[in-house]
Design a protein. Structure first.
Lengths: 384, 927
């Protein structure tokens, strides 16, 4: 056998071993149990407390965004000693209260009365102080940039942690246009209305959990919180991540860990079977009715870092998008046609000898308007 | 090829020829010989004449001579004597007489023998030799044919046969290698009363004194018979030949009736030859995958370690490899079984009537018998495949007394994984090896000793920093002692160990090693007493000591802050005594009754939690912790187990069998994944975890057709299972010192029907089986803290109602055969989400009713070809190629269906393990 043949053979075997993963559309199931979902946590301190109330939807709605808000409910945080802090419904299903200052020695409950009159109550919740984040660090490895969080509790009391992140990065469109098409005419760009620099905000969608329960000291060392794949757009200009740290009780940690197992860690050869899970909220009249979600009270801690392209300059090569963005000259008589059908002018084409305007160099709108990539042109307040 | 043989025979002929004969006066013989044995006759001739006789007594000792001779030359006397027989004689000039069977000895060289121009072709023609490829077989055929026609005298010869019964005993062995043949049927031709040889090939048969024909048949061996005259108790060793399939004349075993005659039901026996015919992925014969094609055996998926027998869970199978318990019978996540096919002799699976000798598991006993080394010559076998290589050496240490076999297997998948240009696999590692060593020694005809050693090791890392390792280590010594023909015993001392570890060192602060280990030491004595031909009594005692390290979690490296955590060591002793009798009431009706009493003690030192009565067991309801000292008895369980079966022969080709069994199991595998994962733990029964118990009723009809070449069977069964452990939602099973709070008892029932049609001889052979089976569990105990599916029966994870298996093998020639394997089964049950919702930044799914849906049905076809090299007997090395395609239709059989969050939305996926057709090729050799 020659060497190539061997490799082909091995490839065939391995492709078999690897197996294959295909999309699966679940069978049509009309039985939506319509359970109440309580999403959010109670914050004691500067930040607002946001509780989102919704109802489960049909399983056929998976893989598309369907939010079924529970409007018109009365939501409040109730202290064991009788103090009541109501939340206001800001938008359908979104209940908010600013700056709760809760007593660390008191227990609280979340109380929800739905528009239909059902009353839900959480178990008693203690206010868990969160130790500050020691550092958010990053490391460039062969496959990209790994971002870690480090923290510790000198009193060895916290033990269970959860983190949320929001990644923000600046990116640029392929062309910084000098002209723009407005109301049928091409005119120089308004300097307040730039289309070239955009910022994208991406909150974490996966659960990031960590525990030092098995360690001698309450130290979280190099807990991975985010990953930037090599040569991706995130680090094409500048990148920032804010990590918010929450202390959890052991029960809350178990709840989130099971949710993680059930919805994020499947697909291996030795999957744990998905299972039912119960949170810390109950229907007062019918304790057996599942209420989805787990509410904790904590004093979150935050830390933000920035990573610039210049710090990874030698390794990072965000591929140029210019190949997808050919420049095309649109003659003056066709401006309306092109500039209303996906083309955007970039700069004027002038006859070199006469100095006369011939037309406009133009490109697809996504090559010029960075907002087409999903970001916004408004510079975030924390951006340097 | 042909040329070689001619040379060989010419050489052979040269050895036989003597000097040139010349004329000599003949001596005349006179005498009246009546009813003399051949020996006596020759003795008289030799004393009366100057002739010397040369012959093989084994060929002539059945001959009797009655002759009246009056002054005749010896030539005429012998012609008269051997008239119409196969015997030939030759007389040379030195008055040497050669008496041979069939072959004529030439006392002279052929004309022109020393002439250089003489062509070898004519020499062959004249010496009447057959230029055949399988001359060795023919030689052996002759030998066995002569054994078959010879009359064996058993016991002290008496002039008159005394009325009554005697017992003959002995070993059935392979003629070529001297290895014992287990499970061979030894029975009387006329009454069909018979016995089956034990694992050492030993049998004991009681029969009326006098003349009998004993028939011997075994799977894969050529049927043979022995003519005996039994005077008193005695010994009879029988050698059997490999069943070499002939192309022109298919030898039909007319007596393959053991499925009809046997008392046991629900037993499947596979010998390694059959196993090697079944196509498997990667081309290496695989014991467990072949077992999976039998009716009533299923698995949850292609990469699963375990198998499920008649609706039992994977931990309810007792897997024995030469009497050593194998806790993890697979390599490489279940892609290979842990048994090296070159070391395996045969496999027996007991599904319903489990012999009373075995206990400790609820569903089945898979008894894998290892080979004993070749007692006659040194030889080796091996194979080279795409992922594994294997080599086995065997041979005599002391000829016909002591032999050994040593086998090893290893994989080089690491090398392949490293070469894959995909990070996910590039960073993965997987490797395994296993080693077998068996030594046996026969001290004398009454005492033999057998040593079995087994070691397997697996190690893998799948694109992460976490390394998994597991290994089996087994060692046992058996001593077989024969008291007398009717009574023999086997004593065994053995130690079995299974351990695994998981370690991760990527993060120096969290670097850990998690380990688990089971050690079991067992001692047993098994006795068999055959008082008469219609009773076989088995009895014995056994003691099994378990010692478990249920989990240790320790730091690795100087920077690790991991606090060492040890779950308390567990100890228990499982003792059992059993007695059983096979009683043949009449040739048509036999019954077997067995009683096994097992007694289990959970031993200290250990702390045991007590829980508040009437409340679910949880950490919150722990009332007290009781501490027990070392070796104190904390809790005992025990009870009788009944094993009853009966066979009623309706005709020579048809029988009806029924059986009832009860079983107990004291050690449990706790898992919350569908297939057994390398980190599942075993748990001993303790005050909070009751032993599992079960019973099974079954009935079967067996019928053979076409001179017993086609066997059919139909079996029905119903099983009850009590205290089967299932896990609670979100259970923690690893490093949990109060595991009873995370599991609950379920009640199970399973029932089904199995149909099988099998043709084991001929050019076309194989089997087709259909199984209908259901396994349902129920958890309705409110004290468990939660009920599953509202306390209704729900399908177990391995409930697969319909399954069809076809294995077919067609032998085109001695060198070329093709095998086809077709598998169909209903998909296994899964839990699908009933709703979706948003929580913690992403869409999530809500699971409710357990196992209410199924993955799509499973269907697979495999094809393999076996190409043998030529069959030169004198060749140093024989080789064969096995090539084929696994999953020929490239169907993407789903292994699992799962829903995962991706970018904030839930996506459903279907994972297939062998989602394409996989070609394979393996080179096998033996020398």
């Amino acid at each position: 056998m020659n060497k190539n043949l061997i490799y082909i053979f091995i490839f065939l075997i391995i492709s078999g071993l690897i197996g294959c993963v295909q999309r699966f559309i679940p069978p049509v199931n009309q039985s939506n149990p319509n359970y109440l979902v309580v999403d959010g946590s109670i914050v004691s301190g500067q930040d607002s407390t946001i509780i989102n109330l919704s109802r489960t939807t049909n399983v056929n709605d998976s893989s598309q965004y369907v939010f079924n808000p529970e409007s018109g409910a009365l939501v409040s945080v109730v202290g064991i000693n009788g103090d009541v802090y109501p939340l206001i419904e800001q938008s359908p299903g979104r209940y908010v209260v600013d700056q709760l200052n809760l007593n660390q020695n008191e227990l609280y409950k979340l109380q929800i009365t739905t528009a239909s009159g059902s009353q839900y109550l959480s178990d008693s919740i203690a206010v868990l102080p969160t130790p500050p984040i020691d550092s958010v660090s990053w490391e460039l490895q062969g496959d990209g940039v790994h971002i870690y969080v480090n923290t510790h509790d000198p009193q060895n009391k916290t033990r269970y942690y959860r983190w949320k992140t929001v990644q923000t990065w600046e990116y640029h469109s392929s062309y910084d246009a000098l002209v723009q098409f407005t109301n049928g005419t091409v005119e120089p760009v308004d300097s307040n209305d730039q289309q070239f620099r955009c910022w994208l905000n991406v909150p974490s969608t996966n659960l990031i959990l960590g525990s030092s329960a098995k360690l001698a000291q309450d130290i979280i060392y190099q807990q991975p919180v985010a990953f930037i794949p090599l040569n991706s757009q995130q680090l094409s200009v500048e990148y920032s991540i804010v990590v918010t740290q929450y202390a959890l009780s052991q029960q809350a940690y178990s709840f989130w860990q099971l949710l993680q197992q059930n919805t994020e860690q499947l697909g291996s050869l030795f999957d744990v079977q998905p299972s039912e899970q119960t949170g810390n909220l109950h229907n007062v009249a019918n304790p057996r009715e599942p209420v989805l979600g787990y509410v904790s009270i904590s004093t979150p801690q935050q830390q933000r870092i920035f990573i610039s392209y210049y710090q990874v300059l030698n390794t990072w090569a965000y591929p140029s998008q210019l190949a997808d963005c050919p420049l095309k000259i649109v003659p003056l008589d066709s401006l309306n046609y092109y500039f209303t059908s996906g083309f955007v002018p970039v700069y004027a084409d002038v006859d070199q000898s006469t100095g006369q305007l011939i037309g406009y160099y133009s490109a697809y709108d996504y090559c010029v308007r960075c907002v087409e990539g999903g970001g916004t042109t408004a510079k975030p307040p924390f951006w340097p | 090829m042909k040329f070689c043989w001619r040379q060989y025979f010419s050489f052979f002929a040269f050895l036989l020829v003597c000097q040139v004969v010349f004329a000599q006066p003949e001596q005349m013989i006179t005498g009246d010989f009546s009813n003399l044995s051949f020996d006596q006759f020759i003795h008289q001739l030799e004393s009366a004449t100057r002739y010397h006789f040369f012959f093989d007594t084994s060929q002539t000792n059945n001959l009797t001579v009655t002759l009246k001779i009056n002054d005749k030359p010896l030539r005429i006397v012998l012609q008269q004597l051997f008239n119409k027989t196969d015997f030939r004689f030759a007389i040379d000039e030195d008055r040497n007489v050669f008496i041979t069977k069939k072959i004529q000895i030439q006392t002279t060289l052929p004309d022109g023998f020393f002439d250089r121009s003489f062509s070898p072709d004519t020499a062959v023609a004249e010496s009447n030799m057959i230029p055949t490829e399988s001359a060795e077989d023919i030689e052996r055929d002759k030998l066995s044919a002569s054994l078959e026609n010879r009359l064996f005298e058993i016991g002290q010869r008496t002039s008159q046969i005394k009325p009554g019964r005697s017992t003959i005993a002995g070993y059935v062995k392979d003629m070529k290698s001297g290895e014992p043949i287990a499970g061979a049927a030894v029975y009387l031709e006329n009454t069909r009363a018979g016995v089956v040889t034990d694992q050492f090939g030993y049998f004991s048969l009681t029969l009326p004194r006098g003349r009998h024909t004993i028939r011997i048949s075994s799977v894969g061996m050529k049927d043979t018979k022995r003519e005996v005259v039994v005077y008193s108790d005695g010994k009879l060793n029988i050698e059997m030949q490999d069943f070499v399939q002939s192309l022109k004349a298919v030898i039909v075993g007319a007596e393959k009736t053991s499925n009809i005659r046997g008392l046991q039901m629900g037993v499947e026996r596979l010998n390694i030859k059959m196993i090697k015919q079944v196509p498997v992925v990667f081309g290496e014969a695989d014991v467990l995958r072949t077992v999976l094609t039998l009716p009533g055996v299923t698995s949850v998926g292609e990469a699963s370690t375990g198998f499920n027998v008649r609706g039992g869970s994977a931990d309810q199978n007792l897997i024995l490899f030469s009497d050593a318990t194998i806790y993890n019978p697979s390599h490489l996540f279940g892609f290979f079984s842990a048994f090296n096919p070159d070391v395996v002799k045969d496999v027996e699976l007991y599904k319903s009537s489990i012999p009373e000798k075995y206990g400790g598991r609820l569903s089945s006993v898979l008894d894998v018998t290892a080979r004993e080394g070749n007692r006659k010559k040194f030889s080796g076998v091996g194979g080279i495949g795409p992922l594994t290589s294997r080599l086995t050496l065997e041979g005599p240490i002391v000829n016909d007394k002591t032999s050994f076999i040593i086998g090893g297997r290893t994989t080089y998948s690491d090398w392949i994984l490293k070469n894959i240009p995909n990070d996910e696999y590039h960073n993965s590692r997987a490797s395994f090896y296993d080693l077998n060593l068996n030594i046996n020694h026969e001290f004398n005809s009454k005492n033999s000793i057998y040593l079995t050693g087994y070691l397997s090791h697996d190690q893998f890392r799948l694109n992460s920093d976490t390394t998994y390792k597991y290994s089996n280590k087994n060692l046992n010594v058996k001593w077989k002692h024969i008291f007398n023909n009717k009574f023999y015993s086997v004593f065994l001392v053995g130690h079995d160990q299974y351990e695994y570890s998981v370690s991760s060192t990527l993060n120096p602060v969290n670097a850990f090693n998690l380990a688990f280990q089971i050690d079991q030491t067992n001692v047993r004595a098994d006795f068999t007493y055959v008082p008469s031909s219609n009773h076989t009594i088995d009895f014995g005692i056994s003691s099994l000591h378990y010692s478990l390290q249920p989990g240790s979690f320790t730091p690795v490296g100087p920077r690790s802050l991991v606090v060492p955590d040890f779950v308390q060591r567990e100890q228990a002793l499982e003792n059992a005594a059993y007695i059983g009798d096979k009683f043949e009431i009449s040739p048509a009706l036999s019954v077997q009754g067995g009683l096994r009493y097992s007694f289990y003690g959970y031993l200290g030192s250990h702390d045991v939690y007590t829980y508040a009565a009437g409340l679910p067991k949880s950490v919150g309801t722990i009332q007290d912790t009781l501490s027990y000292g070392p070796n104190s008895i904390i809790k005992t369980y025990g009870g009788p187990e009944y094993r009853i079966s009966a066979r009623w022969t309706l005709s020579t080709n048809t029988s009806l069998k029924a059986s009832y069994n009860t079983l107990r199991q004291y050690i449990h595998l706790l898992t919350n994944s569908t297939s057994i994962s390398p980190t599942d733990i075993w748990k001993l029964s303790d005050p909070n975890i009751k032993p599992q118990t079960g019973d099974q009723y079954s009935i079967g009809l067996y019928q053979n057709f076409k001179s017993n070449t086609i066997e059919t069977s139909f079996e029905l069964y119903y099983k009850n299972i009590w205290h089967y452990l299932d896990y609670k939602s979100g259970a923690t099973l690893v490093l949990n010192s109060h595991i009873e709070t995370d599991v609950f008892n379920t009640k199970g029932k399973s029932y089904g029907a199995e149909f099988m049609i099998k043709k084991s001889t001929g050019k076309l052979n194989g089997w087709l089986s259909y199984t209908y089976s259901r396994t349902l569990l129920k958890q309705d105990d409110p004290l468990a803290g939660q009920t599953i599916n509202n306390g209704d029966f729900y399908p177990a994870d391995f409930d697969k109602p319909h399954s069809v298996n076809f294995i077919g093998n067609y032998r085109f020639s001695h060198r070329f055969s093709v095998s086809l394997d077709v598998v169909y089964s209903t998909g296994r049950p899964i839990t699908l989400p009933v709703a979706v919702y948003y929580l913690a930044g992403s869409q999530r799914v809500f699971y409710s009713e357990r196992n209410q849906y199924r993955v799509p049905d499973y269907f697979r076809t495999d094809l393999s070809m076996n190409i043998e090299g030529n069959h030169k007997v004198k060749k140093f090395k024989h080789s064969s190629w096995t090539l084929g395609v696994y999953n020929l239709t490239a169907r993407k059989n789903p292994y699992s269906i799962y829903f995962v969050e991706q970018g904030g939305l839930i996506q459903g996926y279907k994972l297939s393990i062998f989602g394409t057709a996989i070609p394979f090729i393996t080179y096998n050799f033996r020398f």
